[in-house]
Design a binder for this molecule. Sequence first.
Ligand code: TRP
Length: 451
Amino acid sequence: MKEKRSQFGTKLGVIMVTAGSAVGLGNIWRFPYEVGANGGGAFVLLYLIFVFFVGLPVICGEFILGKRSRSGIRGAFEKLHKSRFWGSVGYISILAAVLIMGFYSVVASWTMEYIVQSVEGFSGLSSPEDFHNRFELLTATPVRPVVWTALFLILNYLILIRGVEKGIEKVSNLMMPLLFILLIAFGINSLLLPGAGEGLRFLFHPDFSKLTGEVVLRALGQAFFSLSLGMGCLVTYSSYFKPETPLMRTGISIAVLDTFVAVMAGVMIFPAVFTYGQEPAAGPRLVFEVLPMVFSNMPSGSIWSLVFFVLLFLAALTSIISVSEIIIAYLMDDFGMSRFKACTVHFVISLVFGVVCALSFSSLSDFKIFGFNVFDLFDYVSSNILMPLGGMLLSIFVGWVIKRSIVKEELLAGTSHSGVYRVLATVMAFCLRYVAPVAIAIVMLNCLKGI
Ligand code: TRP
């Protein structure tokens, strides 16, 4: 017999859980290096525009789909509109979730390694090459990354089997406030550094000469990734909402919190990078090579290093839980599995994909598909193809296929129905119908052109 569908307990819990999904490596690892590589302030400004005019409407679209259908991503479309086509669209998201599980758990596992290294201290390392070699040494050997990845996935499994309210919600209620405290402490420390002014200027001063088509696309892609959109993550979570959970207010809270963390990550990182004369455009290596070097020069650096990597670890864990839940909800909804069985099957699948990704820098480094190793391939296919495709189909579905009265009703549920909310609901519905599908289509076409 199917288990009764779980529900989140409190409104605050809903915000912690959904913000936990959104706030992740995307904010603290990816956002700063994208800002660094794409010219600073102008990128940040564009990013903000996309978060509020495309991201927020799509968040609401995902919420409407999940809350109304009370189903995971595969069954959600089908429940609201019976057709073979819409019944299969969710498979795109499930595939994306499996691939993301692979590479995300590997990056997350590096944070665990760096927590240990912070405790041991970075003594004996001084030049950029030393830090580069240290990172290479970690990724290019097979055993350590595999062990860390497995440990991370076991931890994820232990939280997930406890269920939606007692596992996911409880852990998020605990970890998210801790994450905010660490973030603010670190931000204050960075603002006291001598290079703070230069770092902040880099982050906030828009230099529009840096804006190119490519930068615009990257800003939209970053907004999608950071807000956990296009993969049915928020659809799955909102299928556990209570009828009175207010969708727009929750959506606005996620967008604001997620943006706050991303900007704070910039405030933490750039003053430190400039103070110690490092390169802000270092790309994905920024967090794992440049920052440890910065920490090793900072007074009480090993403590700040520990704070930073614990922060990154917490952020990654609450996000991976949400990606896992997409697959678990699918297994429970479509195959009638118990939660325990679904979590166990998911654990085995993600372990296989995680280990293959972890080995793609060592034993499997010669195994290339279209010139990508497995890690990069999973990242590329899920972030640039499956997620935008899933997001576009979802906004077309909510914007055009399901009744407008349902969209309005869900958007206004749990609110006072006052004028402000009505105007906001109209703006959301308009953006879902027109702005989001067109914006996503442009991003996708451009990505495909680049192959
Ligand atoms: N948003 C998360 C981050 O910023 C990553 C993430 C979690 C995600 N769930 C997702 C990305 C679903 C896309 C889709 O790190």
